[in-house]
Design a protein around this ligand. Structure first.
Ligand code: ZN
Length: 257
């Protein structure tokens, strides 16, 4: 049975049977992979605490032809991102990124760019100027890597430039008043938001955590991007809902002081 050796990030773990765990990873060479970690729930497991969501490590596994699950041989931690785990908002933000990768990256297809983006985002999450800005930039770059970059330079329907646009998730881009005037599925989008989106798509991976984004613009981009992601996925993203609830509760605690 051939053994493989790859970098990997843990995206999800689910308890399985009495002592085992099913772990889903993102790898550069084979995209999303799920495997059985035998005995991982036991206190003295050979995996220790390494198989935690968000951990970046080196995965050694065997893959049997025709089997859905890989067999996990070892997983050695490269980065545990301890600083993220100690901060509730940053940890929930990172879980959201992991969930996006879980839902969107196909199984067993090379995804080196998505992998690189996720590792870069986790590496910068701890010290990011604004974790929210980092989330928006991740969403923008991740969508583009998956082939869903929207048209942002002109109307996606007629190709003309306009003074103002709406955003159509269905058509994947900006729509001018003439083409989409009465359509209810258009989200309003300001010039500032379009400008940020375009700049964010060109940002080098080393700088994605160094950008600040004001609250109003973040709120607008979050609404448009979330609508687009939901349209593509066809379902709600659990960790996004959790993160929004956390933010509201934190906001209330702050307001009450
Ligand atoms: Zn048009």
């Amino acid at each position: 049975m051939p053994l493989y050796d790859s970098e990997a990030v843990v995206l999800r773990t689910v308890d399985f049977r009495e002592a085992d765990r099913i772990v889903t990873f993102l790898t550069p060479g084979h995209g999303r992979l799920s495997g059985l970690a035998r005995g991982a729930k036991r206190l003295r497991s050979r995996f220790g605490a390494s198989l935690e969501v968000l951990t970046h490590g080196r995965l050694v596994y065997f893959d049997r032809q025709g089997k859905n699950l890989i067999g996990i041989n070892h997983f050695d931690v490269l980065h545990s991102f301890q600083g993220i785990r100690e901060d509730l908002l940053r940890s929930a933000s990172s879980q959201y990124l992991a969930e996006l990768a879980l839902h969107f990256v196909p199984e067993r297809q090379a995804a080196p760019e998505c992998f690189g983006l996720l590792v870069a985002a986790l590496g910068q999450m701890e010290a990011a100027k604004g974790p929210e800005a980092l989330l928006r930039i991740f969403e923008i770059q991740f969508l583009a890597l998956l082939g869903y970059a929207p048209r942002l330079d002109a109307c996606v329907s007629c190709g003309r430039k306009a003074a103002a646009y709406g955003f159509s998730s269905k058509q994947g881009g900006l729509v001018c008043g003439g083409c989409g005037g009465a359509s209810k599925d258009l989200a309003s989008v300001s010039r500032g938001a379009v400008h940020f989106w375009r700049k964010a798509s060109e940002l080098s991976r080393e700088r994605i955590g160094r950008v600040a984004l004001d609250r109003r613009l973040n709120g607008e981009l979050k609404r448009v991007l979330h609508g687009y992601l939901l349209y593509l996925l066809g379902r709600e993203i659990r960790s996004f809902t959790f993160l929004e609830r956390l933010r509201r509760e934190f906001g209330q605690v702050r307001a009450a002081r």
